[in-house]
Design a protein around this ligand. Structure first.
Ligand SMILES: *[C@@H]1O[C@H](CO)[C@@H](O)[C@H](O)[C@H]1NC(C)=O
Ligand SMILES: *[C@@H]1O[C@H](CO)[C@@H](O)[C@H](O)[C@H]1NC(C)=O
Ligand SMILES: *[C@@H]1O[C@H](CO)[C@@H](O)[C@H](O)[C@H]1NC(C)=O
Ligand SMILES: *[C@@H]1O[C@H](CO)[C@@H](O)[C@H](O)[C@H]1NC(C)=O
Ligand SMILES: *[C@@H]1O[C@H](CO)[C@@H](O)[C@H](O)[C@H]1NC(C)=O
Ligand SMILES: *[C@@H]1O[C@H](CO)[C@@H](O)[C@H](O)[C@H]1NC(C)=O
Ligand SMILES: *[C@@H]1O[C@H](CO)[C@@H](O)[C@H](O)[C@H]1NC(C)=O
Length: 784
């Protein structure tokens, strides 16, 4: 107890009654009472105070708060979810060394697990750390080891320790947002509610690479230092905007799920925000509860979609509830569109390359489907509606499944930034200002202004995230989310440097030009600069989402992508041998010495078949190349073929692609008849093109040159029937006439015959009569 030493200080005594009567140490056997307002522990520099704190009517918590902050901001609480009575309760440093909190009825509400007689005193340090010390000053227990929603400078967050947000109800009780080190050593934030849990930070649309994190360092250690630098063992770090010593800071996981660094202005007692994890609140998952949608108005607010109403206006976390009974009769439903809206995750089903109508039918047929999201050929059937958000730039639309009998306002005419529902229409905007202004509206106004300036990077990050990497929200499983480790995002500057400002062009096609480059780690790469960015976005998404996972020796390996403003680039391995057309048809090609030997040709036929079979049947998503031709077959130095250029690839789940291809893809001479006949496009279009290449490998010249250019159809038909007739004949001497003369008779008859037979069967008009790529691969391998 700090006592005034002389009577002369008596007047001072009254002026500082608050702090002067408070203790800096509490010795064993003594206690702090809830009834005495001044019964506090105060740090020696008086920055922090510890004692009972009123959290409700006759409800008190034992907390540490920042002395000079206007609202006495709590930074730690012992009995967070078990407040004690306003009478008779006390914190007692028991003679046996335990620190306990006793309620009015003398029951123990909380205790620090240190029952050692060694404990001498409790002390509140200048760092805000409440410690139990032995007589020689060694720390036996510290509140820093049991963080609540706030981390103070020098307080470590380690394995097993987490920040848990408060509920936002005005008391300090626990909420649902958690910051912790995950089992893979990465510092994450998640919503961990009663019904769902959902990770929202770092950005779940990216893998670790994309988020500049690492899981390799298993020390699981993060700390905010006294200058305002936060650093974590997973490589995450940030600095306070007011970096420097001598400022009281706190890093708090707020009740709205955002992690913010606050700095105290000692002269006003107000907190300013000097860093925040999210500039866009609506990216926090779970914030508006079930069915709720977070909307910028421009202030972030929660609202209920049409057909739903707020569950509990006092608690936005409870979200919305349907105004109708759910049933399974598909006749009874219709769909209401919510443009620019997304409900992240919880997908029953994910399909690509299908029409809106087909997507609708998937949802209609599935009883558990509540809505579907549709976006340029991508269809996500939603089994639960959580993490709703609506942002003006979001390129998808949610279609809510509602009973036909229910009358609702169609929101499709609304302006992008308006709440989905108008409160005058009987729908309540939940959360509203309370939700984001609790704790001082000035604070948050400040934050949003701050966000405009400093948060630009974050906004850009999120924006490019949305536009560049289409989201694998369909698959909640970790393994699906993480694209291959080696697939990463590059900056434009990095690629510009790697290609020496796009100096060496390797080739160009309909979708873009490819340049040679060398990455920082000396890897040679091909960088494809896609043009027609606006129109090509669809293709870009298709490519990026798929290619990271494709890994086969006969398919060009993709290393990453770049999406910056108007730039769209893809980075692949560099194949030194050039493309097949150069080897097969080049002008020097008539010189027998330069021609590809038979063994190489057969190897190419087999490799292509294996690569395409992989794309069609084996990789995670069904990939149809749609533009198989010699120009897109690259050869390495051993003449191992690698299929390149997925610029025109469309994905599909293992099923039909549907018939909604907007325009013909592929190259004249290699395209299957169904393109022009407007029939559904399947993997069999690649089989057709492969058949053409196969015959060209045998013949050594362009197919179109020998089936008659002008009347292709007629020429092809007569060619095919002639070959079929000969194949049906008794001898196979005709094969000799068919083979490239440059081979000088050096070829394997059996292999040639097989290749021609396969080639011809690939060119069947009826796509169902064409063999599949896996059958072709097996047939070829059988005669290797
Ligand atoms: C004290 O120990 C008990 C039982 O081991 C545990 O349930 C409780 O959470 C501990 N309290 C603290 C503050 O660590
Ligand atoms: C792991 O992280 C800790 C804390 O950030 C750091 O001190 C240590 O050097 C890191 N270890 C490695 C191998 O990077
Ligand atoms: C912070 O992270 C960046 C990359 O994210 C890294 O370049 C920088 O060295 C890190 N700073 C500290 C102090 O760890
Ligand atoms: C504290 O607030 C006052 C009044 O708003 C302002 O003039 C001063 O610059 C602030 N100090 C800091 C360090 O931000
Ligand atoms: C997708 O939905 C269809 C139709 O409801 C269903 O038959 C199929 O099993 C679903 N696929 C997955 C992967 O859930
Ligand atoms: C949308 O905003 C524009 C301009 O701000 C306004 O003219 C129009 O009436 C608004 N539409 C609706 C449906 O509110
Ligand atoms: C919302 O309600 C107000 C007041 O009734 C009305 O003026 C406004 O037009 C409504 N907005 C929409 C988008 O329906």
């Amino acid at each position: 107890m700090r006592r005034p030493s002389t009577l002369l200080l008596l007047s001072l005594f009254f002026s500082c009654i608050h702090s002067c009567f408070s203790l800096s140490s509490l010795y064993k056997g003594s206690s702090l009472s809830v009834e005495d307002e001044s019964d506090h522990l105060i740090s020696s520099d008086s920055s922090f105070t510890c004692g009972f704190y009123k959290v409700g009517t006759n409800a008190y918590s034992f907390s540490i708060w920042v002395t000079n902050s206007i609202d006495k901001t709590i930074v730690w609480t012992a009995n967070r979810d078990r407040p004690v009575n306003g009478r008779k309760s006390r914190m007692w440093l028991h003679p046996d060394g335990t620190m306990v909190i006793k309620d009015a009825d003398d029951s123990t509400i909380w205790s620090a697990n240190t029952s050692t007689p060694e404990v001498d005193r409790a002390e509140l340090l200048n760092s805000g750390n409440l410690v139990l010390k032995n007589p020689s000053g060694r720390i036996l227990w510290q509140s820093f080891d049991f963080p609540t929603d706030t981390l103070l400078p020098l307080q470590l967050i380690t394995k097993g320790k987490s920040l848990l947000s408060s509920s936002g109800r005005g008391d300090s009780s626990s909420g649902f947002f958690v910051l912790h080190f995950d089992s893979d050593n990465v510092l994450r934030m998640m919503y961990d509610g009663p019904e769902i849990s959902s990770v929202y930070w770092p950005n779940p649309d990216f893998d670790l690479w994309g988020n500049l994190r690492t899981s390799f360092n298993s020390s699981r250690l993060a700390v905010l230092d006294e200058t305002g630098l936060f650093s974590s063992s997973d490589k995450f770090n940030f600095t306070a905007s007011d970096m420097g010593l001598g400022i009281i800071r706190r890093l708090t996981l707020d009740f709205d799920g955002n992690l913010r660094l606050y700095s105290l202005n000692e002269s006003t007692g107000l907190w300013g925000i000097s860093w925040a994890a999210f500039a866009q609140e609506c990216n926090v998952h779970g914030i508006c509860g079930r069915y709720g949608v977070c909307v910028y108005t421009p202030k972030p607010m929660c609202s209920c979609p049409p057909g739903y109403e707020v569950s509990d206006p006092a608690d936005w976390n409870k979200g919305c509830k349907p105004k109708f009974k759910t049933s399974c009769d598909s006749q009874q439903f219709r769909f209401v569109a919510l443009p620019y809206t997304d409900y992240y995750g919880f997908d029953l089903n994910y399909s690509t390359g299908i029409s809106l109508e087909e997507c609708r039918n998937i949802c209609l047929k599935d009883c558990s489907c509540r809505a579907f999201q549709y976006r340029v050929g991508l269809c996500y059937a939603k089994g639960a509606l959580f993490n709703g958000r609506r942002t003006p730039n979001f390129p998808g639309t949610i279609y809510l499944k509602l009973p036909k009998s229910l009358e609702v306002q169609e929101p499709s005419e609304l302006n992008k930034s308006e709440p989905i529902c108008n409160s005058s229409q009987g729908e309540v905007v939940i959360g509203s200002s309370e939700m984001f202004t609790n704790g001082g509206s000035k604070e948050y106004t400040h934050f949003f202004w701050f966000a405009l300036g400093v948060g630009v990077v974050e906004i850009l990050f999120i924006a490019t995230g949305w536009w560049s990497l289409f989201r694998k929200q369909g698959m909640p499983k970790e393994g699906y989310q993480a694209i291959s480790d080696q697939f990463r995002r590059f900056t434009y500057a990095e690629l510009k440097k790697a290609t020496r400002n796009f100096k060496e062009e390797l080739g160009r096609g309909a979708s873009g030009a490819v340049y040679k480059g060398v990455l920082g780690d000396k890897r040679a790469v091909g960088v494809k600069k896609l043009w027609n960015v606006i129109q090509g976005e669809e293709e870009f998404w298709a490519e990026v989402s798929t290619i990271g996972r494709i890994n086969h020796m006969n398919v060009v390996r993709m290393w990453g992508y770049c999406a910056e403003v108007k730039h769209r680039l893809l980075v692949s391995e560099y194949i030194e041998g050039g493309s097949l057309d150069n080897h097969l048809f080049s002008s020097g090609g008539t010189n027998p010495a330069n021609a590809l030997g038979w063994n190489e040709r057969f190897k190419i036929a087999v490799g292509m078949a294996k690569g395409l079979a992989y794309l069609h049947h084996e990789c995670l998503e069904w990939v149809v190349h749609c533009d198989v031709k010699p120009e897109n077959i690259l050869l390495d130095k051993d003449f191992e073929p690698k299929i390149a250029d997925f610029g025109l690839a469309k994905l599909s789940e293992r099923g039909m692609l549907g018939s909604n291809f907007s325009r013909i893809r592929g190259t004249k001479g290699y395209i299957a008849p169904e393109w022009t006949l407007n029939l559904p496009i399947t993997a069999k279009v690649d089989v057709y093109s492969y058949g053409v290449v196969l015959l060209e490998l045998v013949k050594g010249s362009r197919f179109s040159n020998w089936v008659g250019d002008g009347e292709e159809e007629v020429g092809l038909r007569s060619f095919l029937s002639a070959v079929k007739e000969k194949m049906g004949g008794r001898d196979d001497l005709w094969v000799g006439d068919f083979v490239d003369f440059r081979l000088g008779g050096q070829f394997n008859w059996k292999q040639v015959t097989t290749m021609v037979e396969i080639g011809v069967s690939c060119l069947e008009d009826d796509r169902n009569s064409r063999p599949s790529m896996s059958v072709i691969a097996q047939t070829l391998l059988a005669c290797e």
